[in-house]
Design a protein around this ligand. Structure first.
Ligand code: FES
Ligand code: FES
Length: 183
C-alpha cells in the first residue's frame, strides 16, 4: 500500500528547506531521515526520555510526538544550529570542558532544553535548571556535571568572567582522608 506523502517548507536552523515526507511522519523522522540532521536522537518515541528535544519557536518540544506536517511556518532549531560560526556555543564548550557529556546520547536534547531556559532566565537557580531538565533523562552522568556546566555557561553568557565551576566539578569529590587537589 502506498503511503500518502506531502511536500512542505520547513525552516530549520534559519534555513527554509522544501522537503517531501510521508504525511504521518514525526518531526524526528523527517529531521533525521530526510534532512540528515542526525544530532536529534531517537529514544523512547513515547514522550518519556527527552532525547529527541528540539526547539520550536524557541520552546523545547519532543520531536517524536510532533507531526512534521504541522511544523511548516515555525522556527525549528536543532543541535546542529547551536554553533556560532566556527565557535561552539558556550553551553557546548562548558559541557565539553566539564565532561558533562559521556556517551552523549542525551546531550543534544539537554543542550537545547538548557538553551531555551537561558534565553528566558540568564541566572537560573539550581532548582530552576533541574526543573527545566525534568523531561530529559541521562543514563551516564548522574546529572551533576550537566547542572554545573549549565551554571557555568549561564555565567559565560552573562559575561561573568569571574565565575569558576567548583573544583569538585573538574576533579571530582576529594577521597575521604586525602587533601583535595589544589588548583
Ligand atoms: S524519543 Fe522523544 S521523548 Fe523519547
Ligand atoms: S551522557 Fe549518556 S545518556 Fe547522558
Amino acid at each position: 500500500m502506498s503511503q500518502q506523502s506531502t511536500t512542505r517548507t520547513l525552516r530549520v536552523n534559519g534555513e527554509p528547506q522544501q522537503v517531501a515526507f510521508a504525511v504521518h511522519h514525526s518531526l524526528l523522522e523527517v529531521l533525521r531521515e530526510e534532512l540528515g540532521l542526525t544530532g536529534t536522537k531517537h529514544g523512547c518515541e513515547l514522550g518519556e526520555c527527552g532525547t529527541c528535544t528540539v526547539l520550536i519557536d524557541g520552546k523545547p518540544v519532543l520531536s517524536c510526538l510532533e507531526l512534521a506536517a504541522e511544523c511548516e511556518g515555525r522556527s525549528i532549531e536543532t543541535v546542529e544550529g547551536m554553533m556560532q560560526g566556527n565557535q561552539l556555543h558556550p553551553l557546548q564548550s562548558c559541557f565539553a570542558d566539564l565532561g558533562a557529556a559521556q556517551c552523549g546520547y542525551c546531550t543534544p536534547g539537554i543542550l537545547l532544553a538548557a538553551q531555551a531556559l537561558l534565553a528566558e532566565n540568564d541566572s537560573p537557580t539550581r532548582d530552576q535548571i533541574v526543573e527545566a531538565l525534568s523531561g530529559n533523562l541521562c543514563r551516564c552522568t548522574g546529572y551533576h556535571k550537566i547542572l554545573e556546566a549549565i551554571e557555568w555557561a549561564a555565567a559565560r553568557l552573562r559575561g561573568d568572567d569571574q565565575y569558576q565551576p567548583p573544583n569538585s566539578a573538574i576533579y571530582g569529590d576529594p577521597v575521604p582522608g586525602k587533601q583535595a587537589k589544589d588548583v
